[in-house]
Design a protein around this ligand. Sequence first.
Ligand SMILES: Cc1ncc(COP(=O)(O)O)c(C=O)c1O
Length: 517
Amino acid sequence: MNEITQIHTGKSTGLRTGWWNPDLEPEEFRRLGYQAVDMMADYFASIRDRPVFPGKSSQAVADAFNEPLPLTGQPADQILRDWPARVLPYATHLGSPRYFGYVNGSGTMLGVLAEALAASVNMNAGGWKAGPAATEIERRTIAWIAELIGYPIGCGGLFTSGGTMANFTALQTGLRNIAPYDLTADGLQSETRRGKYLVYMADHEGHISIERVADLLNLGRRAVRRVPSRKDFTIDPEALETMIRADRARGDHPFCVVAQVGSINTGAIDPLEEIADICERNELWFHADGACGAVGAMLPEKKEMYKGLDRADSVTLDPHKWLFIPYECGCLLVREPEKLRRAFSLSASYLRGTLPTEYTGLDYFEYGPQMSRGFRALKVWMTLRHYGVEGYRKLLRQGIRCAERLDERVRASDEFERLHEPNLYIYSFRYAPLVDRELAQRSKWDRARVDARLDRLNQRIADEIQARGIAFIMTTRIRERTVLRMSICSHRTTLADIDAVFDALTQLGREISGEED
Ligand SMILES: Cc1ncc(COP(=O)(O)O)c(C=O)c1O
């Protein structure tokens, strides 16, 4: 056997001379792997019956893991046993059909298996050479997603850790491509440049991640201009254009408009066609933040709401939200791939080699902020193939139907107040018994008193339903009032869950308001 064959077969002398091989033996790996799969299968079988939230204090959770650095190794069996014994009791179950927090998706089972498989090969989807299959699966899945939502399939794009990083990548690309000079070398730090770069979004429903992005780009959070919204929580296009023109006349540099495509509190979709026109007229980057709702464009019956999405320069959509892919998985589509490259391309001899070769692979590190990248695409690729477009359409319709049911229950009750039309799957409403609403009409003073009491009540209801593990519901602020908010972003939620949760909310509302009287 020559030296190369010896290395290839693992029989080289180095492996026989007491060198530590920390891998598990194949049979041992198989046994532990089966155990882990059994744990996951048991978990999924019981997920519906578990309290959604552990209801423990943050100190209690911290104490549960307060242990010294392990100086010597521990048996794998013992470590695995800690999963059901020590980790699960302190978990919030985002996969529960009664989890309605933030905009968190539920996690598909095939996605779970994909995560394990991707980790086993451990490809790096940053550079083509470190992940040829990972790269091509990502490229293909991105094209599928574009086709799914009716975006030009020649677009570029990539998977990111989440919506915030997708928004960051989009706005960085917009800034680099709209600025009249090359920002690559000096960035914005030039004494000859005057005026501020500004980005625009709706005042009520514009998502805070855009302020984070302005921060990351060192534009400052005040670079995000909040545009008045209309009654239905969508941006007012006239006010938008007026602001852009006034800012430009003052010497600032408007560069981007961010449209909400499924907004954080009400699922509202901004008027995309009008925003596209405004961006075209004013030569601005049109970014559609569809982290929550862009994938709804796959539904033929919702086509009208999404008109103009295909005109966006970039679109954020989060597979870890409404495609139910396990964390983390955000996604960005950019109409012209070359613009992404212009924003992120870099080179070094150790990245690509110095001599000309046949190497024509796509290096994702040239198209986004990360260099090393996980094989996120696999879980999307596998789940999308498993459900197919038809399966996903069914799931999205079920979520929308759940939000509509919630709205029906709110409208039929004297104890809750309706705040908006059910748009997609995010729905906000208020515990506000009719007697209180009537009392609030009497005078300004009564209104302030009633509102303060209802704000407190709604918060207490959300806290209590969490603490009792019945459901995970949070509050938000809608037009200065504290209200209940449910993001029905689980592929497991049924109408029966919605009814049960609404009944529990009604019961809690009565109980807590009785205590306060
Ligand atoms: C509209 C919108 N954009 C961006 C984000 C940020 O996404 P992520 O939490 O995945 O970073 C969210 C999160 O809920 C969102 O609702």
